[in-house]
Design a protein around this ligand. Sequence first.
Ligand code: ATP
Length: 311
Amino acid sequence: MRKHFLEIEAVRKRYGTTVALNGATFAVEPGELFGLLGPNGAGKTTLLSIVTGLIDADEGTILLDGQRFRRADRPLRKLIGIGTQDLAVYPELTARENVIFFGKLYGLRTNELKQRADELLSAVGLHDRANDRAGTFSGGMKRRLNLAVAVVHMPKLLLLDEPTTGVDPQSRNLIFDVVHKLNRDGMTIIYTSHYMQEVQALCPRIAIMDAGKVIACDTLSQLLKLHPSSLLVKLDRVPDRFFETLRELSGVQSAALQPDGIRLTSDALGPLLPKLALACATAGVTPIAFETNESTLENVFLQLTGHALRD
Ligand code: ATP
């Protein structure tokens, strides 16, 4: 049987009366770029803090590379890198000094670190600011430096906690590029965010958390099937046989009569639109409007939980 790289089994954590994790369970495979998604307060940061050994769970098991992992387990902790939500870089050190400082914490030698710092600062687009103090950087530049220091020791598992919070689009794209490159080079990555679109664009497999639990964990395409795209053809009246005509159009998965028209579901709304327009024209029907409701993680979340993201 294939070994999971990380297994999180029935993990619980309380802070006083607040239940931060309520039996969270999922597994991540070697080399995955895995999304961990949930609204504010869902328990993502708490879970990452347990996986990185910052705090222990009250109950449950973490297996890393097949071995039981606890806070005290220093050798296993070296396999992990974390890009924290709160920036970990030192403002009074230069970008290069930050990378070297964190590298030394992991026991890397100064000689190898100099080259590693240059490579990493180039990768995150900070090579020309390498000798400037981090305190003079913009929010996006600090986030990029935070990412560089998280991977200085070449961890096997990288945990990224909201790595794009407060960054400009250019920095976000650079962060995405680095994440893709690290993953292509074999690093297993867990990418945590409450930005649904970001996770949808980056991660082929995703766990959705809510109120301390994993409420869904599957490939993006399977998750999106939970809420197929649909289109409402708004009509003031439905002529004879028109419902059947639309239901039988190729690409339509299901059709339902609604008080304000006909709702169609489809895997691909784009290609359906010209056929729909032709069917309307042929039947002499003029719809009031077409309203689309796309298959997105946001809508999947709404469907699963019955509430929108509380942001
Ligand atoms: P966000 O997206 O806002 O970072 P999150 O999904 O990471 O949210 P957590 O930060 O893990 O969620 O918080 C889960 C719950 O635990 C929240 O109700 C939070 O208030 C609570 N919590 C987290 N850390 C602590 C702490 N140190 N002391 C008390 N309560 C805490």
